[in-house]
Design a protein around this ligand. Structure first.
Ligand code: ADP
Length: 310
């Protein structure tokens, strides 16, 4: 095993405002790939080093975000600072029924412009990475030209034997229409050797009539390794020409906040797979970590409440 195993992520981490309009609001930050990067850093046991590639502005909030990401243990030399651009922002508001509602300001965020330069730091160091991780949201925020750049970069890594991981997070509002999204996801499925599927998102993207049909279709994907997450139902995993394994999830009696369930699962899974554990072991650990995350509030739970898992 190489030490450290070098993993690069591309995506967007936004500022978070949590509270009511014109009331007190708590500031934080988060984003799907970012959450996975932080959990992978925690779970890597010092064997895995995690880089986060994204873009920020040169404003005070951007600088403070970067300072905090460094404290989270991420390597940040792939981060671009684009003068005049700003980080994306979302607000979470809890309505009278306890439902969380999200509002986003991200249409012109810095991360969207990451690939709008002749060569990004991520591409310049392409020979470094043992693994590269991106999601449907990483693709959704980019222009078509930038999507092509990201997918070509992923293909180049794959060709030289690096592990390319794609998580199918599908957010319809980030895409011009579903046909464009389907086409782009299909290209990502073809480039990745490890595909992490949330069954609900696969159903929404491809318009299946039932979850069972979405799962059956996901089982036909021809990526080398496929993991299918189904909430509390057992997680399905197959690697190479091996059989499908059904790995039970943990029983969680106090689900407090399901934010980052899939993101933390991905980190737990990869922390084991990249260090040579079997797909079943890795899935079991991903399920354990996700169960712990959904029993606490917030996308990134305090290290202290997951320390016994590490
Ligand atoms: P996503 O967060 O990507 O929408 P899922 O809802 O399928 O994905 O959840 C991801 C993982 O989180 C599951 O594979 C499982 O390990 C865990 N999980 C989610 N919901 C529950 C639950 N109610 N009980 C136990 N584990 C859960």
């Amino acid at each position: 095993m190489k030490n450290p195993i070098k993993v690069a992520f591309f995506g967007e981490c936004m500022l978070e405002l949590n509270g009511t309009a014109f009331g007190a609001m708590q500031q934080s930050y988060g984003g799907d790939t970012f959450n996975t990067a932080v959990y992978l850093t925690r779970c890597g046991g010092g064997d895995i080093k995690t880089w986060y590639a994204t873009a920020l502005g040169d404003d005070a909030l951007s600088l403070e975000l970067e300072r905090r990401w460094a404290q989270d243990g991420l390597a940040l030399d792939l981060v671009r600072h684009i003068p005049g651009r700003m980080p994306g922002l979302y607000q979470i508001q809890v309505d009278a029924q306890g439902e969380r509602k999200f509002s986003f300001w991200r249409d012109d965020s810095a991360a969207k412009a990451y690939f709008e330069i002749a060569e990004t730091p991520l591409e310049a160091q392409r020979d470094q990475w043992d693994a590269f991780y991106f999601s449907g949201i990483s693709l959704a925020i980019l222009s078509v030209e930038s999507q092509n750049r990201l997918l070509a970069f992923a293909q180049a890594l794959r060709t030289r034997g690096a592990t390319v991981v794609f998580d199918n997070n599908y957010r319809p509002s980030l895409w011009p229409d579903v046909a464009v999204a389907r086409d782009c996801f299909s290209r990502a499925f073809a480039v990745a050797d490890t595909v992490l599927i949330t069954a609900d998102d696969h159903l929404a993207l491809f318009g299946f009539d039932s979850l069972a049909l979405a799962v059956a279709a996901a089982q036909k994907l021809d990526a080398f390794e496929v993991v299918i997450k189904r909430g509390a139902a057992p997680t399905l995993v197959r690697s190479g020409s091996g059989p499908w394994h059904s790995v039970p999830t943990q029983t969680v009696t106090n689900v407090v906040d399901t934010t980052a369930a899939g993101d933390s699962f991905a980190a737990g899974y990869l922390s084991r797979r990249l260090r040579g554990h079997s797909p079943e072991d890795a899935t079991q650990f991903g399920n354990r970590l996700a169960a712990r995350v959904i029993a606490h509030r917030g996308a990134i739970i305090p290290l202290a409440v997951m320390a016994d898992l590490l």
